[in-house]
Structure formats: C-alpha cells, structure tokens
Unconditional design. Structure first.
Length: 146
C-alpha cells in the first residue's frame, strides 16, 4: 500500500478487451476513492534480428505501437475527475507492471481465461502478479466470458 494518502490504481494494458475492462474498472475505483490511475503497457523486442540499423528502427516501431495501444485504451475511459498517467515500459509485462506497482494500492489486469494446460504452457501475467505484487491484485474477466 502507498504511503501517499491518494489512492493509486495501476492497470495493465495489452490491447485486449479484458485489459480495457480492467482499465475501466481502475478508473471507476479511482473515481470513487478520489485517486488516480497509472495505465501501463509493456513491449519486448524479438530475439531474432539482423543488422544494427534495423534494430534501432524496429525498437522505435515496437515502442510506438505500444504507446498507440495505451493511448487508445486511455482515450476510451478518460474522465475529467480521474487523472490517468501512462507508462510504456520495455520488458516482460509482469516485470513492468510490478515495477509500476511499488507505490500502488491496487493492480488491475484482465484475464484471457486460458487457465488449465494452455495457461501453464503460455504463462500467466495475472498469476505472476497475484503471487508477487506488493498490493492487492484484481483480475477482471471479460464480460462475455461464462
């Protein structure tokens, strides 16, 4: 929990419907508590690359794409009474969100509901956050999910 008396909700954004719903939940909660939201997205650079010049251009393209996804999500839920800060980080989503959560009261992420064997094979950002976050983690399931 934050030492700052103002409520802080960190929302992880990946462009999915679930992450947009998580951001909407975070904005609503921050509005109820007179707080703010930190909307976070992460990008990773592919391991196979050729030529240093291509690396520089590709990195910029990845960062710009992540920024665009974040801006679209924030634009859809922005409210005048809830400040929303944006953060685009380089690295794994779990790592970037954990770093942003250091002073947060809650972290909110969406769940794609893979679970089971598929979830085990693919890994799960939400499961990692539940086990390692210094604050409460809320996992929002897509409204269309049974």
């Amino acid at each position: 929990m934050s030492d700052n008396p103002a409520f802080v909700a960190v929302a992880g954004i990946d462009g999915s419907a679930q992450s947009r719903e998580a951001l909407a939940w975070a904005v609503e909660e921050a509005g109820l508590r007179g707080g703010r939201v930190v909307a976070v997205t992460a990008w990773e650079f592919p391991l196979l690359v050729t030529g240093l010049e291509a690396v520089s251009m590709e990195r910029e393209a990845f960062a710009n794409a992540a920024t665009h996804v974040l801006d679209l999500a924030v634009g859809a839920v922005a409210r005048p009474d809830v400040p929303i800060e944006t953060l685009v980080g380089h690295g794994s989503p779990a790592k970037v969100i954990l770093e942003a959560a250091r002073d947060a009261d809650v972290v909110v992420v969406g769940s794609r509901g893979l679970g089971g064997f598929a979830g085990l094979l693919l890994g799960s950002v939400s499961a990692h956050l539940v086990h390692h976050c210094p604050c409460t983690v809320v996992v929002i399931r897509h409204q269309g999910t049974p």
